[in-house]
Write a protein that binds this ligand. Structure first.
Ligand code: DGY
Length: 336
């Protein structure tokens, strides 16, 4: 019997077609955002789900969907999934690491440069016709990237790719803070220097946040940390909403406590804190860090590879390429 699969968000049509070659597939071409109850209803009797960060997969959902064996989440981050609850029930979780590292690092840089050099503000200035009447030599002055100090909070694959760009491409001094310092040879490759979190906050001219979201990283950048930053500094969050306290950030941006921010992720996204929407010195983007054509396709392909292999089909049957909890392989939940 063909397994039954739910694709929770709209994706490239050929990706869904690839799944249809093996499984009975229901997808969501109109990209409706389902509540968790709606998701549970649609998952009834299905063995696998291709999910996204907007789907909450927790013990309640897993218990209500006893036939679900594999959750294949598109994205490297999976803070929307309770991994322990999956593992305890023999449900496999997969993610899509590596294929997005460089694209996301590029985007972190783009956001940093846009915020520091006031590109969004400048564009509004031109579009609103202000240049014609108020163009001045000393207008829209920003902060330099080259030769400045780049701080990185979270030094995983994406953090390291950002460090290499900063040190090699822009002659930046790179400092970082992480739960554990990098091995000396990797640190040397990245030209990066480990510092404690207080030094990171105080010394960075541009601080990029790339740490995964967890209970430990919730509001890792809050009012106290923002107070430590230079008034000329830029803060960039490409990690997850909730790592930065958005309300505290909006207050600091408004008072001029830091110069600018660039945010791709938000607490409670897709909604954005109204005080942030009111700030001119923040560049806002809708969680598109990995959104290049090639990378979004590669993520979708890897996600489908995982799902097909997890369901015991194809040349990699039983060996999905990027499992998060590989310990459940071989003992996946039996059909209820
Ligand atoms: C990721 O891969 O985690 C991106 O943020 C997309 O969710």
């Amino acid at each position: 019997m063909r397994a039954s699969v739910l694709v929770t968000r709209a994706s490239f049509p050929d990706i869904v077609e690839r799944l249809r070659a093996h499984f009975d597939v229901t997808d969501n071409p109109s990209d409706t955002l389902w509540t968790q109850d709606e998701l549970i209803e649609r998952l009834q009797g299905r063995q696998a789900a291709l999910t996204a960060g907007s789907d909450r997969i927790d013990a309640r959902l897993l218990d209500a969907c006893p036939q679900l064996k594999a959750v294949c989440n598109i994205g490297v981050g999976y803070n929307n999934v309770d991994v322990a609850a999956c593992t305890a029930r023999g449900v496999l979780l997969t993610n899509t690491p590596d294929v997005l590292t460089d694209t996301t690092a590029d985007f972190g840089f783009a956001l940093m440069m846009a915020a520091a050099r006031r590109i969004t503000e400048s564009e509004h200035f031109v579009r609103e016709g202000k240049w014609v009447t108020t163009g001045r030599f000393d207008m829209l002055l920003g902060a330099d990237i080259h030769g400045s100090t780049l701080g990185i909070l979270g030094m995983g694959r994406i953090g390291q790719a950002i460090a290499r760009r900063g040190a090699l491409g822009f002659g930046m001094k790179v400092i970082y803070h992480n739960r554990t310092p990098l091995a000396p040879e990797i640190e040397a490759q990245c030209n990066a220097c480990y510092v404690d979190k207080d030094a990171l906050m105080r010394e960075s001219d541009h601080l990029i946040v790339v740490v995964p979201y967890s209970a430990n990283s919730h509001h890792a950048i809050g009012a106290a940390e923002l107070k430590q930053m230079k008034s000329s500094a830029t803060l960039i969050n490409i990690a997850r909403g909730g790592v930065v306290d958005d309300a505290a950030l909006a207050a600091v941006l408004k008072e001029g406590g830091i110069a600018a921010a660039g945010l791709d992720v938000f607490e409670g996204e897709p909604r954005v804190h109204p005080e942030l929407l009111a700030c001119r010195n923040v560049v806002l983007t809708p969680h598109i860090g990995s959104a290049s054509v090639a990378t979004r396709r590669a993520m979708a392909r890897l996600c489908v590879d995982n799902l097909i292999a997890a369901m015991g089909v194809g040349p990699d049957a039983g060996r999905p390429p990027t499992p998060v909890n590989p310990e459940v392989l071989g003992e996946l939940r039996a059909p209820a």
